[in-house]
Write a new protein. Sequence first.
Length: 337
Amino acid sequence: MKPREVSVEEAQRIAVRAQLLDGSAIDVLSTVQRLGFLQLDPISTVAPPQHLVLWSRLGHHDSGELDRLLWEERKLVEWNAFLWPAEDLPLLRARMHRKDRPLDRRLDEYLREHASFRRYVLRELDRRGPLLSREIEDHASMRREDHRWWGSRKMGLMLQILNARGQVAVVGRRGKQRVWDLAERWDPETEKVSWREAQRVFAEKQFRSLGVRLERGRLLAHPEAEDTPAGKRVTFLSPFDRLVHDRNRAEALWDFYYRLEMYVPKAKREYGYYVLPILRGDRVIGRIEPLHDRKTGELRVLGTWWEQGVRPVSLQAPLRNLARFLGARLTVPGTVK
């Protein structure tokens, strides 16, 4: 079956339902499997994005379930700053070993140029792992120098490259720090899949997860996408949520121009530092800037902005639910109904 062209109204319903934002999400595992992955990011003004994406669909739930699925049950895996269903490991391994990008050549060149450093890190993990990056001593060949991304040591860079190439794996976390070990000791054996086949499967999974794609100005729906009413559920979306991650598609679907302004000087921001889209049913109706103050244990609202022509709705229910999920006390100004 071929994708079918749909109207904006149909596309809105399909996109929301495909992303389980209609209230149909059941649990953490099936939600991640349906979405395909969760993106990780260190910025957690409200909550880490992987938790906020799940909250948008599940509401209040046990946030510890994600760690159990990752580190105890191993039904999810962490790779390349994303969380993936474990059944996708064959596809991920094909991606780890791809050779079709300039980046792949640079990664392999780095490993060849620093072969003794690579062997040292792998030996240390084999002998002493699992380990934090800081628990592996500097290698004699590497000179310390400041860098904005990986600091003065090259250990984090080497571990990330070895992870990208499937030689080491993230096997746990201590606080926010990743714990590393040999991939062969952590990951199970899987079938081998070619990169071409993995690309095809990834593309199909992504299309099914999104429900609708924007192609040359046309909105095309997945052949098996459901087009039924999405209800009137109100929730907030992470900046990394796949419903709005493709900013051009979000504009085509809702005429919603959305950009993060955290790197914009405060005086030049149109909205705020970390603003979340407000979703009601199948419509993006506004923006809200919540702040989780961990020192005071409060969830505060710094501002709300409604889209043109939208009648404001009460945000008390989703805010209370979010506060409960965060274990915070809700402090809401009078401007938020």
